[in-house]
Design a protein around this ligand. Structure first.
Ligand code: CA
Length: 305
């Protein structure tokens, strides 16, 4: 083998990536908190498709929380707080890094608000921090005249498909109304008044980067249809009509996802791509969602969190 051939073989065996040992090794454990429904059928671990293993590969300690699939932000938040205390007891860590997707955003914010001493950082991915027009449509409280009946029917049909998929066909459960109220614009504003940390005070700006010792971050996608092979995409294209042209990921407006430091709010990803669903069917022309979580772990590591 020539010297050049040996070099090329070495390059093939050890591809140059950002995955140096310790790249994702945060000081505090990372806790992933799922959103609405949270895949009753396949469980909360698979909800974060391929993400825990990718974070663990270079040193992060990762826990996947399981809270009520559909309930209010406060009920889910109390459930998460109990699990955070268990994780701290099991690991001996002083704090956790919370990452929440969708309704997981308000859920982690609740814990950071009531027990900031236990939380190093709170990161919201596609978080419903200022409500979702889709929840407003579901509750029949979309501003009168803001959407045509045709659009409302399309949104409702799209949402039914999404809910059926996420809940394994079991449909809305008994606490779905509490969830929808939490995720509505009015419900979110009420929640924010009680738990304001990190929430932007302007319509679409950034929030405080730190509050009461907790670092706040967010990112989201802004494209509803990203992969022709993903059966969720046509449904998300329908629900995205609820936003009347405002930038959104199919279920949440980009501006509503803002929390603390906004890393980016316009990745070419939809709401499910943000957690690498369905089973890794994401936009091939955008940064892989799993990479964003690894980069964020490295960001937290850099801050000593
Ligand atoms: Ca997808």
């Amino acid at each position: 083998m020539t010297w050049l051939g040996a070099c090329m073989l070495a390059l093939a065996l050890f591809p140059a990536t950002a995955s140096a040992a310790g790249y994702t090794q945060t000081k505090y454990p990372i806790v992933l908190v799922h959103g609405l429904f949270g895949f009753d059928n396949i469980g909360p671990v698979d909800y974060w498709y391929g993400i825990p293993s990718a974070l663990r590969a270079d040193g992060a300690k990762v826990y996947v929380a399981q809270v009520s699939a559909a309930n209010s932000s406060e009920v889910r938040g109390e459930q998460l707080l109990t699990q955070v205390k268990q994780i701290l007891a099991a690991t001996g860590a002083a704090k956790v890094n919370l990452i929440g997707h969708s309704h997981g955003g308000p859920t982690i914010r609740y814990v950071a608000s009531v027990r900031p001493d236990l939380v190093a950082s709170a990161t919201s991915v596609g978080g419903v921090n200022k409500g979702s027009s889709v929840a407003d449509v579901l509750l029949g409280v979309a501003p009168p005249g803001s959407l045509s009946n045709t659009v409302i029917v399309s949104v409702t049909n799209g949402l039914a498909t999404v809910i059926n998929f996420l809940s394994g066909g079991s449909g809305l459960n008994q606490n779905s109304l509490a969830a929808a109220q939490s995720l509505s614009t009015a419900g979110s504003l009420k929640f924010n008044a009680a738990h304001p940390a990190g929430v932007p005070t302007t319509a679409c700006g950034e929030g405080a980067y730190t509050a009461r010792g907790v670092y706040y971050f967010s990112w989201s996608g802004a494209k509803s249809y990203t992969n022709v092979f993903d059966i969720m995409d046509p449904a998300l294209a329908l629900t995205s009509l609820a936003f009347g042209g405002a930038k959104n990921d199919g279920l949440v407006a980009s501006c509503s996802t803002h929390l603390g430091r906004v890393i980016r709010d316009d990745y070419a990803m939809n709401h499910m791509d943000e957690v690498n669903q369905t089973v890794g069917l994401v936009n091939l022309f955008e940064t892989n969602p799993v990479t964003l979580y690894r980069q964020h772990a490295n960001r937290l590591r850099g801050l000593g969190l």
